[in-house]
Ligand binder design. Structure first.
Ligand code: C5P
Length: 259
């Protein structure tokens, strides 16, 4: 089934056009579990790119990081569910009410349409933010503390998953229920040239630390041979195709007692 995500690698389609995205997706599809569509591609190619990637049978993580009044976020989430995505993001700094209605909207729209509810992931503190960024907007200036605060709030509000930096996985695993799904970007194999990701782990390290899903962009799409790069990463994971039920599947809903 298309929405059974087959491995933990989520390849970011961080390219500017639909043609480039579909070409990349076709090339690496056999080696990855899902594709992430973010603001750049979505803004240039529109919701049609989600439909076209889904039409290939691949799972989609729609990373638009919604943050607005609860009513607007609930409607945006409903629209994303109708696109049949398997994961989507909202900002936890939008507050508990915004998160509650987002999760609720995902469940209700899925039930109404007969689709499977996507995993609504909360984004805590962006990895580009540091103590200065947080202080300048009047937040708790310790990024670690702010992440823990927002993560705890997100889980209380009913979210079943979070996006976090690889270096936050261990601390979050200590304080969160074991069934909370952690999705982590900032993955580097060591083979690629230096870029803007500073606090990284290898794919294997991140999984061992407790991540469920890895978002990987440049180490795959900027590699000379993206398909080989994805296959090599998958090999390092020793992945057994089964344990984590795909986000939002019936098993997942049963396991978390929600829905
Ligand atoms: O190319 P790279 O592997 O760094 O891509 C990581 C992907 O994850 C990008 O699409 C980026 O926007 C996203 N991301 C991130 N850090 C966050 C949240 C999302 O790198 N905190």
């Amino acid at each position: 089934m298309a929405d059974k995500i087959k491995n933990p690698i989520i390849a970011a389609l961080d390219v500017p056009t639909a043609e480039q995205a579909l070409k990349l997706a076709e090339l690496i599809a056999p080696a990855v579990g899902a594709f992430k569509i973010g603001s750049e591609l979505f803004t240039s190619a529109g919701p049609d790119i989600v439909r076209r990637v889904r039409a290939t049978g691949a799972s989609v993580f729609l990373d638009l990081k919604f943050h607005d009044i609860p009513n607007t976020v609930a409607k945006a989430v409903a629209s994303a569910v109708r696109l049949d995505v398997q994961m989507l993001t909202i900002h936890t700094s939008g507050g508990a009410e915004m998160m509650r209605v987002a999760e609720d909207s995902a469940q209700k729209t899925a039930a109404q349409t007969g689709l499977t509810s996507p995993l609504v992931l909360g984004v805590t503190v962006l990895t580009s933010s540091d103590a200065n960024t947080l202080a300048e907007i009047g937040c708790e200036p310790n990024p670690g503390k702010q992440v823990e605060r927002l993560a705890t709030l997100a889980v209380k509000a009913g979210l079943r998953g979070l996006v976090c930096s690889p270096l936050e996985i261990v601390a979050l695993r200590r304080i969160l229920p074991a069934d909370v799904q952690l999705v982590t970007p900032g993955i580097r194999t060591g083979a690629e040239k230096a870029d803007d990701q500073k606090r990284t782990l290898t794919p294997r390290e991140a999984m061992q630390a407790g991540a469920n899903w890895l978002v990987i962009g440049r180490p795959i799409y900027a590699a000379k041979n993206p398909r080989a790069a994805a296959e090599q990463i998958l090999e390092t994971l020793n992945w057994q195709p089964h344990p984590a039920p795909s986000p939002g599947t019936k098993e997942d809903v049963r396991r978390t007692g929600k829905g």
